[in-house]
Ligand binder design. Structure first.
Ligand code: GDP
Ligand code: ZN
Length: 317
């Protein structure tokens, strides 16, 4: 499969990547642990060796000169925290983050993921998958009620291949994205439906000459034939918990931002019982529903507990 860069981003410069004394700008499109695959302007690709924890991730812009690779500044960073508190960078320079849900998804996940995406400078959108199943219609109308007006919502069936056109059209507007969601919601099926070459590509990647067969593909970036790019991050796909801070939650909880013209008296307001809180005032006026406020409070308590735990364990100061 040939990945083409979004042609509107930079003028085309034909690279001569065999030349050692020249530097060429490229994009990290795959990470194999001991090497990254760089796609250069004009379509040429090359594997560049890296140390195992070099810090390069898929989506990174790089300048390669011979075997020397310099990373360019990132626009956005997608991170996750593992069960032991370690922070892992998953992908760089994503524009959008697709939050995939299906009937039975745990409540609160989408809200947390939306907050995490916004805090990291990405535009979140929600994909309600498995629209072919009974029960999904109810989930979809609930999701639309909560989020429409705040962020894009798509209804798809990855298996029946319905609703994909609108999603593809959204991604084609120059968006680089990734899907997150709990196990079983259909992220892999969705990736395959949008990008059928993915399976084939995974098979091809394990055999790069000179690098041996011990390389494992950590993540890859795929250009969609209809436009846009998707990052597939196998290790990240199954993550269930999104790491967010109290400040991020209070600032980006979906539904509260609509009323951002009415600001709280205190900039670090948690919208609990602080005087001059715009959110509790809007709650009293009925402009924020009791359900949404309760959903916020539940996540707030969870995040406060996580932060207290983390402080005890020394992750945070
Ligand atoms: P992931 O864990 O999020 O990557 O989910 P998978 O893509 O592995 O899908 C989990 C299960 O849901 C599999 O049995 C899929 O066949 C099924 N599945 C995925 N998408 C759909 C869909 O649109 N409709 C239905 N009915 N099942 C789906
Ligand atoms: Zn407030």
């Amino acid at each position: 499969m040939k990945i083409e860069r979004n042609k509107t981003r930079r003028p085309f410069i034909p690279p001569k990547i065999s030349s050692l004394d020249q530097a060429f700008e490229g994009l990290v499109v795959a990470h194999h642990g001991v090497a990254v695959e760089v796609l250069f302007e004009g379509g040429e690709r090359r594997m560049v060796r890296v140390k195992r924890n070099s810090g390069h991730v898929v989506g990174d812009g790089v300048v390669v000169s011979g075997e020397v690779m310099r990373r360019l500044e990132r626009r956005t960073e997608l991170r996750r925290r593992d069960a032991r508190g370690g922070i892992h960078l998953v992908a760089a320079n994503l524009d959008v983050l697709g939050i995939v849900v299906a009937s039975g998804s745990p409540s609160g996940f989408a809200d947390r993921a939306i907050v995490a995406a916004r805090s990291a400078g990405m535009l979140p959108f929600v994909v309600v998958n498995k629209s072919d199943l009974e029960g999904t219609a109810e989930l979809l109308s609930g999701i639309r009620n909560i989020y429409e007006g705040s962020l894009p919502v798509f209804s798809v069936s990855s298996i029946k291949r319905t609703g994909l056109d609108l999603l593809q059209e959204f991604l084609s507007r120059g968006h680089r994205g990734a899907f997150i969601g709990t196990t079983g919601v259909g992220k892999s099926s969705l990736l395959n439906a949008l990008c059928p070459e993915i399976n084939l590509k995974v098979g091809e990647l394990s055999d790069y000459k000179g690098l041996g067969r011990h390389t494992t593909t950590v993540s890859t970036l795929h250009a969609l034939s209809g436009g846009g790019e998707l990052v597939d991050t196998p290790g990240f796909r199954d993550f269930g918990l999104v790491d967010i801070s109290v400040e991020e939650l209070a600032a980006h909880f979906p539904g509260f931002e609509k009323h951002s013209e009415a600001t709280c008296r205190f900039s670090d307001c948690r919208h609990r019982s602080e005087p001059g809180c715009a959110v509790t005032r809007l709650l009293e006026q009925g402009q924020i529903t009791a359900e949404r406020y309760a959903a916020y409070m539940e996540i707030l308590s969870g995040v406060e507990n996580d932060e207290a735990d983390a402080r005890c364990k020394g992750w945070k100061n």
